[in-house]
Ligand binder design. Sequence first.
Ligand code: B12
Ligand code: SF4
Length: 486
Amino acid sequence: MKVKLILPALTEARSPNWRPIKYSLFPPLGLATLAGYLREDDDIEIQDEHVERLNLNDKPDLVAIQVYITSAYRAYEIADHYRSKGVHVAMGGLHVTALPHEAGRHADTIFSGPGEDTWPEFLRDFRAGRPKRIYQSATRSLTGMPMIRRDLIKKELYLVPNSIVVSRGCPHHCDFCYKDAFYKGGKSFYTQGIDDALQEIQRLPGRHLFFLDDNLFGNVRFASDLFDGMRDMGRIWQSAGTVQSVLNDRLLKKAVKSGLRSLFIGFETLNSSNLRNHNKYQNLEKNYSEAARRLHDLGVMINGSFVFGMDGDDPSVFDATAEWAVKNGIETATFHILTPYPGTALYTRMAQERRILHNNWDLYDMRHAVFQPGKIDPATLERGYWRAYKKFYQWSSIFKAAATKKSFIGRLRHLAYTGGWKKAEPLWGFIIRHKQIKRMIPALENILKGKPGLTKNEEVKFVQGREKMDTPHFELAGKGGVGHGA
Ligand code: B12
Ligand code: SF4
């Protein structure tokens, strides 16, 4: 059977002349996971429009499309194209789960929720010639999953080919998060077996890993066993976590010993009434500065995530947030405009209050105000969002933030990382266009590596681990890299 798996891109990532580096970071892990359920003799192709031009002239037996909100219209265009040729089109992912009726108009089969239970069931039905219209995920488990078909990924097109997820979902319930809507009807937080997770890690070449888990630290026991198991692997890794998880000193130290070097943290807002309004109770009364300090003391860089436009925000929020991030030596910041994704509690509330401005999904990209904010008007919100970025990434701020680092090497690392990341977009564009991205991996990996802030004893052990890692086995594979998620 000939099967084509497609990850469509949003408009800005399709331009042959200009693609922001963030679209060349991660391969389509979800589709490679689904490919694992196909047979060895199936003819499978994965195409990711973020990094390659799609070939739409073929006629496979089955096309499966992953749909995010910002690529929904493009996904529908591709689906309509294949259906007009008589190809069976299956669609799934976050946006399909949120709006099954909308997606259903463009597909023969739609999937709600994660695909590990429904996709194999569909494949059996499809091969037997009786595929259903809708498959709803209910049984959630990562046990006994087939191997992810990483061999189908064009690794040379990505800066972070070693992305990995060892859990799904998160134990929290922030009202703006896609999570509760996506996992409705079953478990909303579950992990792989620890041995399976460690084996998956061991199979990955190179030294650098990026865990894309929503909250890698969400199950303390699992995380603790995972970090123990990774301790002597000599890896360098990045992931996402909460402020709460960082304040768990023991777990954090274990993470650092196992190679944590950069963490994406959902600070979201410095205003506690905002936290309450959005169900982000896990951040309440947590000392953000203390969390940042602990990470920096241990040599871990921070990508701080902040959301603008919550009801408690007034026009001072943009400067105040950027200044806080600089003062606390945050290396990279990701600012977002609050975006009510359909299916979330936030969307329902905003719709009831008649505050949704439009449903043009292209603009639901966290850079546009698509709802009426409380104390600011939408235009001010958008302008303030860009101003915060400008303020945070101007050289004077970068130097100021770097100056908070205790050692000279720490300051240098900050400058190299932040400067290289945001100030070099044109260079990244050139590198992507000339398909040279994998040449950048070792340089970036070196910056990321840094020096963990451990005690003398801990450091001796760490260096021993690193020496083990610097064997030809790892160097030959030579993959790895650096980067941050959405
Ligand atoms: C990595 C990542 C990216 C990467 C790359 C995406 C990629 N290559 O897949 C980059 C940096 C490019 C990116 C960009 C953006 N991202 Co992003 N990203 C993620 C992240 C962190 C991980 C995705 C992942 O790999 N998950 C692990 C795999 C195993 O799961 P999966 O992909 O969901 O696939 C499973 C199911 O969805 C399902 N499934 C999916 N497709 C299909 C199809 C069929 C037929 C079937 C049966 C099943 C099925 O089965 C799979 C196995 O269970 C998620 C958060 C998250 N945890 O998912 C955010 C997330 C997907 N991103 C998000 C957003 C908003 C964006 C941006 C708009 C941000 C921005 N302002 O630029 C852009 C635009 C993306 C686009 N193209 O439209 C939102 C999506 C919201 C929504 N409702 O769609 C998320 C959920 C983050 C969040 N919490 O808000 N992102
Ligand atoms: S902590 Fe993060 S992943 Fe978990 S529900 Fe909140 S926003 Fe979503």
